[in-house]
Design a protein around this ligand. Structure first.
Ligand code: GLC
Length: 543
């Protein structure tokens, strides 16, 4: 367990190290920013697909709402909370794995791809969730974990016991422990082989030993996984988050971004297209590699390699250039007519955003406002909108600190359960909860709600072009989002101190769509104002 903790902590550190460096050179003094620095605006292509205009919300059913007092969240509990998403303004829900599982990796060890974990309910409960979600205009995405199964999956049990049988080659077996993956170690430490006493051979796994890798060399494996996908689509699921798709196919020691992976993703794309469903991949690729995953016949959405850390580093260092350059690079590599990237400030593998920025309320706000105004489909991780703190109770590993029960109200167990919660609640749930924060128009929750409403009602912020301007100082990120329905000029200040802005604008007067107060004056085609610390302005023409 200690080794697991160390590996995961290392994962965090690595991610931080991978974040772009700060801007070099002294900043200009006068805050003057000119479009001429940015070159011609990129071409505009409208994308009518619903997810380009939506905000997603990731949650763990186990932690969201218990309905029967056993201390574990379940599907009926989630269904009873659906109005919350409508109120918050999110449209897509990504559910972490809901399948039967021994929970050696919180459900990412799947024992049955076409069932529901008994703790969470039944297939009928899933059907009810889908019906009720659709009635509210919400879409439900399940987590497809296809790189590996659980050791408890009947496919693995059969493969173990019958090497020459039909599933004998469904996993990666060898007489000797072979080599692992080249380059970076696997996410959970070194990639390894584990000896299986039943079969008298070693099997390969990129994650925990409880998660044997499936062999994508086997056509029957690929067919079986496509059938799983069809099963859920036929039941009404709207799409999928793909778990580590870049690791599906391996030719040791090469484990990532292999041609076989892309072939299988194209097959998945055909199946999902038949149902008008979409996928978001945990692609964790460089901008160039991500561009390949977002080709028109591969994925509709993919997460960035640097994930949340580009936002954290900007807030921690009060320096925005690294974030700006990372987004520039991804935008440049994203095919115009293909998929789009997706952004996060946190997720179930990362520390809580509050832990990442030392619980600085201004940092949380500037990160959220930037995420909601940049291109890329935003995914909010449950509790982020409350500024939930890290928990201290671990079951599987340190990632549990960001998986504590959702905080609904100031009552016992924050309204999550009437029983004993399976994982201790995070500190300060008496104040950091939906009921308390919703009553305060200045709270982080209310800010999130305004931000989401602003994004989803402003075409410039969803599908509008992105063009970054050279920053007036190190702490500031300035970018155009341009759309035929109206342009927006966003100025984000990651620093604590205020920043003078002097921007060329085509308007006679400007208005900040996020704040109430006037923000500055336009004179001779230039807008001049003092952008307060940890603040984002979303500027447009004043009516
Ligand atoms: C992904 C998941 C993570 C899981 C791993 C193995 O990275 O996000 O939670 O442990 O895959 O399935």
């Amino acid at each position: 367990m200690l080794r697991r903790l160390a590996c995961l902590l290392a994962l965090w550190t690595c991610a931080c190290d991978a974040a772009p460096a700060a801007d070099a050179g002294p900043p200009p003094e006068d805050g003057r920013v000119d479009d001429a620095d940015a070159g011609p605006p990129p071409p505009f292509v409208e994308d009518p697909r619903w997810f380009r205009h939506a905000v997603f919300y990731e949650l763990w059913v186990r932690s969201f709402q218990d309905s029967d007092g056993d201390g574990v969240g379940d599907l009926p509990g989630l269904t009873s909370r659906l109005d919350y998403f409508v109120e918050l303004g999110v449209e897509g829900l990504w559910l972490m794995p809901t399948y039967p599982s021994p929970l050696a990796d919180s459900g990412y060890d799947v024992a049955d791809y076409v069932g529901v974990h008994p703790d969470y309910g039944t297939l009928e409960d899933m059907d009810t969730l889908l019906t009720e979600a659709h009635a509210r205009g919400l879409k439900v995405y399940l987590d497809l974990v296809f790189n590996h199964t659980s050791r408890a999956h009947p496919w693995f049990v059969e493969s173990q016991g019958d090497p020459s049988g039909p599933r004998g080659d469904w996993f990666v077996w060898a007489d000797e422990a072979g080599e692992g993956c080249e380059g970076a170690a696997g996410p959970f430490g070194s990639v390894r082989w584990t000896r299986d006493e039943t079969r008298g051979q070693f099997y390969f796994h990129q994650f925990y030993p409880e998660q044997p890798d499936l062999s994508f060399d086997e056509p029957s494996v690929r067919e079986a996984l496509l059938d799983v996908t069809r099963f859920w689509l036929d039941r009404g699921v709207d799409g999928f988050r793909l778990d580590v798709p870049y690791r599906y196919d391996e030719d040791l020691p090469v484990c990532v971004h292999r041609p076989g992976t892309f072939d299988f993703l194209r097959s998945l794309r055909e199946v999902t297209d038949e149902h008008d469903a979409a996928m978001v991949g945990e692609t964790l690729a460089s901008p160039e590699e991500l561009g390949r995953y977002l080709a028109p016949d591969v994925l509709q959405m993919g997460f960035l390699l640097a994930e949340a850390t580009i936002f954290w580093v900007a807030a921690q260092t009060e320096t925005a250039g690294g974030l700006g350059r990372a987004i520039d690079a991804v935008v440049a590599e994203t095919p115009l007519e293909g998929g789009t990237f997706a952004t996060v400030l946190g997720n179930h593998d990362l520390q809580r955003t509050t832990a990442a920025v030392a619980d600085d309320p201004g940092a949380l706000r500037v990160m959220a406002a930037t995420q909601m105004t940049l291109p890329g489909v935003p995914f909010v991780y449950y509790g982020e909108e409350l500024g939930m703190l890290a928990g201290g109770d671990f079951i599987v590993d340190s990632r549990d600190s960001a998986r504590t029960p959702m905080q609904w109200d100031a009552g016992p167990n924050a309204g999550f359960t009437e029983g004993a919660p399976f994982l201790a609640l995070a500190p300060e749930h008496e104040t950091r909860n939906v009921e308390t924060l919703r009553a305060d128009p200045d709270s982080l929750w209310s800010f999130y709600r305004r931000l989401i409403a602003l994004r989803t009602s402003t075409p410039a912020l969803t599908t509008g072009n992105y063009q970054r301007l050279s920053s007036p100082n190190r702490s500031t990120l300035v970018y155009w989002r341009r759309h035929p329905d109206g342009d927006r000029l966003v100025a984000a200040n990651f620093g604590r101190g205020s920043a003078a802005l002097d921007l060329g604008v085509p308007w006679e007067a400007v208005r900040d769509a996020l704040g109430e107060a006037p923000v500055g004056a336009v004179e001779g085609g230039r807008f001049r104002g003092e952008l307060p610390g940890r603040t984002v302005w979303v500027l447009g023409a004043a009516e």
